[in-house]
Design a protein around this ligand. Structure first.
Ligand code: NOJ
Length: 590
């Protein structure tokens, strides 16, 4: 077994007589901005994703809103995150949870007003929290003024040129222009009725029919989105998460795909795909970057790009393009030390090639919550179970592994995205009644895929109340009764809770020298056996995760910085025994 590398001085901190440093479990609203006040704050930031419909309901209608977020800003500051990302809050028919935008320059009345949004931006900034919004450039809502105008106009008109309209195939044009499938199910084309009442052209929608794809070859579309970005930047938004960043440009020949099956928000591995990850998207982002750089401090972007490899992702992060992109590779990795390490190393190397930091992610509003994924002990190898797995779940194991993975991702070089509720250890809700399901996937798949509602169930804030403190009314999706035990007020009283663990880890990440930003060489991999992922960062920090089934004895000569005390044996004992499915942060004192 390897020993730790060079001796380093112990960090200052509260060291118990046994040599164990006890991390503080108290957290106060942040007065500091640990990710740095400088323009490169985003390189190491921990960003909390707010799925607005489900975070907190301020007006008692059962749906989350801006008022709810504002009322919980102190909670977010106390959690110890650096930034917030708010899912789309614009006026929308909500056919796809707000990713069907009818007006990019306003707030949906169900969520609040523009004035409230401004107040939220200002209040978050006063607490030291940056705010990223969500831009949806691949498609609008079919209720957007542009699409209404396109339907009212004739084929070939400038109004239609902003979208992807084509005549159908066959004698009456009754077959779609090609065989592309929509991500939510069914064909990716919808036929329209022309203003004269006759069946007419078809329009492309890679998602729901209520989400017509924009034509990014049209200069008007490009100019419009630059203007929308400016609108929110000028109001203080610190940046944007870019929805389906890999989807904007389509092969103009619109060739058939053949028998390709699109996984919902999964990855295509096909070379030369006609509508995902085409080279033309990079030109768009170079323009966006130039705009972001005109601000002081510069605004930032994070791409949602489900692409085939870390190298393909890195292409979006070249110095004159986007700053960051979600790294979905941990999401797809199995609970296997070799795979976790290889995944992290490959991501770090690919990002290094363009000088970008990795943004580690375990969950979001589109995939099964990771407590559940990690608890599926019988999941088929190679299937990460992002959607619709039915294999049994051991939530206790899932939560243990989630704790361990949190330490791993917070310690790796780069930044981290947290999804609301993961700090409470929430699991996927897999038994929502069919008639309450709202994800368009459910209808579009002919009731064969239940979709993503299970990771969007509103948060429990208190152990009692009609919606466990989410608001005063029942929540738009029902919460499991067992979530009373996971409510924020309960967890705040329990130093061993998941919430206390997140607060402690986030606090330590700010305080421990050497964490946060860094390139691949700033993490030196250690060989502590086949079931262990371990790395060292200077000065003298070591992270060890045991993904095996047996406890692992760690080399002597450390101070324990962070761990789950329930899992690790007696603190301060030498050698430290690291339980299965657990991780620790250590400081080397040899
Ligand atoms: C990705 C978003 O995260 C997802 O929620 C949405 O359904 C699709 N893009 C389409 O906008």
């Amino acid at each position: 077994m390897a020993t730790y590398a060079s001796p380093v001085p112990a960090p200052s901190g509260t060291t118990t007589p046994s040599g164990t440093t006890t991390p503080s479990v108290t957290a106060t609203p942040s007065a500091t901005t640990p990710a740095g006040d400088g323009p490169a704050w985003w390189r190491s930031a921990v960003t909390y994703q707010l799925y607005i419909r489900s975070f907190a309901d301020g007006n008692g209608d059962g749906l989350g809103d801006v008022a709810g977020i504002r009322s919980r800003l102190p909670y977010l500051a106390a959690l110890g995150v650096d930034a917030l990302w708010i899912n789309p809050w614009y006026p929308s028919p909500q056919a796809d949870g707000g990713y069907d935008v009818a007006d990019y320059r306003d707030i949906d009345p169900a969520f609040g007003t523009l004035a409230e949004a401004q107040a939220l931006l200002d209040e978050a900034h006063a607490l030291g929290l940056r705010v990223l919004l969500d831009i949806v450039p691949n498609h609008t809502s079919d209720e957007h003024a542009w699409f209404r105008a396109a339907l009212a106009a004739a084929p070939g008109s400038p109004e239609r040129e902003r979208y992807v309209f084509r005549p159908g195939h066959g004698p009456d044009g009754a077959s779609p222009p090609n065989d592309w499938r929509a991500v939510f199910g069914g064909p990716a084309w919808q036929r329209v009725t022309e203003p004269d009442g006759r069946p007419g052209e078809w329009y492309l929608h890679l998602f729901d029919p209520k989400q017509p794809d924009l034509n990014w070859e049209n200069p008007q579309v490009r100019a419009e989105f630059l203007d929308i970005l400016r609108f929110w930047f000028d109001r203080g938004a610190d940046g944007f998460r870019i929805d389906v960043a890999h989807g904007l440009i389509k092969d103009p020949a619109l060739p058939d795909l053949g028998d390709d099956v699109e996984e919902i928000l999964g990855t295509t591995t096909r070379e030369g795909h006609p509508h995902w990850d085409l080279p033309g998207v990079h030109e768009v982002y170079r323009e966006w970057r130039a705009l972001a750089d005109t601000y002081d401090p510069p605004k930032v972007f994070v791409a949602e790009a489900w692409v085939a490899s870390a190298a393909r992702l890195a292409a979006y992060l070249r110095p004159d393009e986007l700053h960051t992109a979600f790294d979905f590779d941990f999401v797809r990795a199995s609970w296997d030390a070799t795979q976790l390490r290889a995944t992290a190393a490959a991501s770090l190397a690919a990002h290094d090639s363009v000088g970008a930091p990795v943004m580690w992610v375990l969950s979001n509003h589109d995939i099964t919550r990771h407590v559940t994924r990690l608890g599926r002990l019988e999941q088929a190898p190679g299937d990460p179970g992002l959607h619709g797995s039915t294999s049994p779940v051991d939530l206790q194991v899932g939560r243990r592994r989630a704790r361990a993975l949190l330490l791993l991702e917070l310690a790796l070089p780069g930044g981290v995205y947290l999804y609301q509720g993961e700090e409470l250890g929430l699991e996927e809700v897999e038994d929502l009644p069919d008639d309450l399901l709202q994800d368009p996937t459910w209808e579009r798949s002919g009731h064969t895929e239940r979709g993503r509602d299970g990771c969007r169930v509103p948060l429990p804030w208190t152990a009692s109340g009609l919606s466990l403190g989410f608001g005063t009314a029942p929540a738009w999706l029902p919460q499991p009764t067992a979530w009373a035990d996971l409510a924020v007020d309960r967890q705040e009283e329990d130093p061993s809770s998941m919430l206390a663990y997140y607060r402690r880890a986030l606090r330590l990440r700010r305080d421990v020298p050497g964490l946060g930003a860094g390139d691949a060489t700033s993490a030196q991999w250690l060989d502590l056996g086949p079931d262990v992922v371990a790395f060292r960062r200077e000065p003298g920090f070591v992270c060890v995760l045991n993904a095996g089934t047996a406890p692992v004895a760690l080399p002597a000569g450390h101070v324990l910085l962070a761990s789950d005390p329930a899992l690790d044996g007696a603190p301060g004992e030498e050698p430290l025994i690291l339980a299965a499915d657990a991780a620790v942060w250590l400081h080397v004192v040899d």
